[in-house]
Design a protein around this ligand. Structure first.
Ligand SMILES: [Zn+2]
Length: 185
């Protein structure tokens, strides 16, 4: 199955094919069950999608699987997976699954966001992860980069709601509270 209905942003990636989200999640569910029976580590698992073997145990994919396919910030829903590899990667490199949604006729890449950023001491695990579209993730990243710089200068810098509001473009009240909680826990 190939995406042909929407404008496909594949400059950054070379696309092999697209895959249905529910189908990929079904295969992941079966693999996890099997792994539990055989006591295998989930992060090592691979699944067969459109004839290619891809990793399914990455934190990014596990976040989509467990936390859902909706951007936690703007509510955009993902519509399909695509088997892709970085356009500038070694051609020998294997493909990976990217999750995509569509906004105003254009594809938007989905990513996993650390609720509390790694730079500010957040952990790299499922409980600190959520699904986020790349547009919302970008706005949050700009704020985090500023914060990281400030913390470098003064590790006692205290993050306030006002500071987040001033430095996080377009932040909603709900998102402000989530981010504030994450940074001040
Ligand atoms: Zn979003």
């Amino acid at each position: 199955m190939r995406a042909d209905v929407v404008v496909t942003k594949v400059k950054q990636y070379n696309r092999h094919s697209t895959a249905d989200i529910a189908t990929v999640f079904d295969v992941m569910t079966q693999q996890v069950k099997q792994a539990e029976l055989e006591k295998l580590a989930v992060d090592r698992l691979k699944i067969q999608v459109n004839g290619l073997l891809v990793k399914m145990g990455t934190l990014r994919l596990r976040t989509f699987f467990h936390k859902g396919i909706q951007c936690d910030v703007c509510g955009l829903s993902a519509t399909h997976f695509a088997l892709e590899r970085d356009a500038f990667a070694d051609p020998e490199m294997s493909h990976h699954l990217n999750l995509w949604g569509v906004k105003e006729g254009e594809e938007v890449l989905f990513t996993h966001d650390h609720l509390k950023s790694r730079a500010c001491g957040g952990s790299d695990n499922l409980s600190n992860s959520r699904t986020c579209c790349s547009e919302c993730n970008h706005h949050k990243s700009l704020m985090e980069t500023k914060l990281k710089g400030l913390l470098k200068q003064d590790k006692h810098f205290v993050v306030t709601k006002e500071w987040i509001q001033q430095n996080y473009e377009g932040v909603s009240e709900i998102e402000l509270n989530k981010v504030y909680q994450a940074f001040c826990q």
